[in-house]
Design a protein around this ligand. Structure first.
Ligand code: HEM
Length: 168
């Protein structure tokens, strides 16, 4: 089953569903998720979008850990990212965090491609379960794109998204 990247369209409503707990359980809970995300961030460091991220090792380490906590919570694990979001819906907060950076479609594709590589290295999770996680990433990442090839900028507010009920 191929994990495909669908194109972003400026201003288009994005429909996404938080990943079901099936993925979280299959990857091995907190420990497995941390392993995946640390591996992903190590690859990010070597990628074309490395310059977006802190170059200072200690700061980079902090983002790595925050990122892991977010994914643990959004996938149905313990609520360990909650405090960071200052009471906001987690996805809404995530859109805001990314608005501090100029992210275009090319950067999104590099981010998703890097995540796909990290997911490919997870050998003991069914492709169908990975696909469920992937669909969230493919869709949600569209809301992080705020710079377009025509030179315009566009902040997708949370109202631009339609969060569907997940099983969690
Ligand atoms: C599904 C899509 C994405 C999700 C769920 C996601 C999630 C996250 C999380 C949880 C953090 C850490 C936030 C914190 O500080 O507490 C983060 C930071 C960041 N992400 Fe994303 N991200 C996504 C897509 C992208 C894309 C496409 C880019 C493109 C470059 C990107 C660039 C960054 C940057 C630059 C930071 C901040 C680094 C810093 O604090 O200096 N992200 N992201």
């Amino acid at each position: 089953m191929a994990l495909e990247i669908s194109p972003v369209k400026k201003g288009e409503k994005v429909r996404f569903k938080n990943p079901g707990k099936r993925f979280y359980d299959a990857i091995g809970g907190e420990e497995g998720m941390r392993k995946l995300m640390y591996n992903f961030y190590d690859k990010i460091y070597e990628s074309d979008i490395a310059h977006f991220f802190p170059q200072d090792e200690e700061e980079f380490q902090k983002v790595k850990e925050k990122n892991s906590k977010f994914f643990i919570q959004i996938c149905g694990g313990p609520k360990i990212y909650e405090d960071e979001a200052k009471g906001m819906n987690l996805n809404e907060y995530m859109i805001r965090i990314h608005d501090d950076f100029s992210i275009n479609e090319k950067a999104r594709i590099e981010w998703l491609g890097t995540m796909r590589e990290a997911l490919d290295e997870v050998k003991d999770v069914d492709e169908e379960i990975k696909k469920e996680f992937w669909d969230y990433l493919d869709q949600f990442s569209k809301l992080t794109v705020n710079s377009f090839s025509d030179g315009s900028e566009y902040y997708a507010s949370y109202t631009q998204a339609q969060e569907e009920k997940s099983a969690n």
